[in-house]
Write a protein that binds this ligand. Structure first.
Ligand SMILES: C[S@@+](CC[C@H](N)C(=O)[O-])C[C@H]1O[C@@H](n2cnc3c(N)ncnc32)[C@H](O)[C@@H]1O
Length: 373
């Protein structure tokens, strides 16, 4: 669990049950009043997510019955890692300032529109979100409207990755975001003028249209693979796991996540001067190495840096890969050996930081949330 993840501390189900009758309906209580949730019911998992989104972030979110229910510890881990990368590349995020200037693209936002909603509420970032599925698209639009975040989040129904940046509607949205954040930017740059650190100077020199892109791709290549994976897990785990939510469209894509990210890598080369950080979540550990190799092969001859991390949420593991073509100041984090080589270098989160992530991931092993949420 990321050190700044609010779900490092287990939420009180008892408190949630008192506050939210919808959540209480799926709880059972022991003689001391301790609440337990039936993680095998998708309605119960949905009630947990929507109650937490409301209690912890003031977000009112509706998720249709047959669509993926996002689990929040993982979503926060991914967003916090993006925040770390933005800070590493000298952006001022909630650790510093300038949040209103930051613009991300979320590819395949899903029915909850979870990353843009959390990203703008928690960090103040702006988002262009894409979605192909009409049910999820409609639902994402409603969730943005319900939370009055239309000035910060634009949802488009599109299968294009970054080509949506050519869309007039998107251009207009980006212009408005810039106009609204201009005042903050002026103040921040004036403050940066008085500071001679290379980090602050770099943030003035580089100007990208988009600061980062994120994506949680459908990771199975077929429904058969999806079912096989689920059955194997059932056989190997001794304890019950959380129900798998979501439709096949959300979890299956031709060629699986590798093929999806391959397209993303190709597009990233085309948009390397407009977008600063490209990233993706990876669902299978064995795909991490393959995807990193694909990034290296496809970007041969270009100055690219790549980093990866793991997200631990109790029993559920996911991985993150990010790459950038920008002049990121890597001196602090690359090894001497890599510095001397002419090959594309690898940006690594310092070992000390990784250790913190791993140690703290133990938090939910024995908790009620551990059953897969
Ligand atoms: C695994 S779900 C992730 C949903 C959400 N981002 C989350 O993390 O909960 C993947 C989503 O990507 C959408 N999708 C698939 N191909 C896409 C494409 N080419 N462009 C945009 N969205 C796509 C699916 O409809 C689905 O909603």
């Amino acid at each position: 669990m990321h050190p700044r993840n609010p779900y490092k501390t287990l939420p009180s189900f008892k408190e949630l049950a008192i506050l939210y009758p919808d959540f209480r309906a799926y709880c059972t209580f022991d003689f001391r009043g301790k609440a337990f949730l039936d993680f095998k019911k998708s309605e119960a998992v949905r009630a947990l997510t929507t109650s937490l989104l409301h209690k912890d972030f003031g977000l009112k979110v509706n998720i249709p019955d047959n669509r993926l229910v996002p689990t929040l510890p993982l979503r926060m881990n991914y967003l916090l890692w993006i925040e770390d990368l933005l800070n590493l590349t000298c952006h001022k995020t909630s650790l510093g300032k300038m949040n209103d200037n930051i613009i991300g693209i979320d590819i395949g936002t899903g029915a909850a529109c979870v990353y843009p909603l959390l990203g703008s509420k928690k960090f103040g970032w702006n988002f262009v979100a894409t979605e192909t599925d009409s049910v999820s698209f409609d639902s994402a639009m409603k969730n943005v409207a319900e939370n009055e975040l239309h000035k910060k989040i634009l949802v488009k129904q599109s299968a294009e990755f970054f080509d949506i940046l050519q869309n007039d509607n998107v251009k207009e949205f980006l212009q408005n975001v810039r106009r609204i954040s201009k005042e903050t930017e002026t103040v921040s740059l004036e403050a940066a003028d008085s500071d001679q650190s290379p980090c602050k100077q770099e943030s003035k020199q580089e100007s990208y249209l988009i600061d980062f892109t994120m994506c949680n791709p459908p990771f199975f290549s077929s429904e058969v693979e999806m079912d096989t994976n689920h059955n194997n897990k059932k056989e190997t785990r001794s304890q019950p796991r959380s129900v798998s939510t979501g439709s096949a469209e959300e979890r299956v894509t031709d060629g699986g996540e590798i093929s999806f990210v391959d397209k993303l890598i190709e597009k990233s080369i085309q948009y390397k001067d407009s977008i600063k950080i490209f990233s993706t979540l990876v669902g299978k550990k064995s795909d991490v190495k393959i995807i990193i190799n694909h990034i290296r092969e496809k970007t041969k001859g270009l100055n690219v840096c790549v980093t990866d991390t793991e997200f631990c949420q109790g029993r559920t593991m996911r991985w993150g890969i990010a790459w950038s073509f920008s002049e990121i100041p890597l001196e602090k984090v690359i090894s001497k050996k890599q510095k001397m080589s002419q090959k594309p270098y690898v940006l690594q989160i310092p070992r000390s930081m990784m250790a913190v992530y791993s140690i703290q991931s133990v938090w939910s092993q024995d908790s009620v949330m551990a059953e897969g949420y």
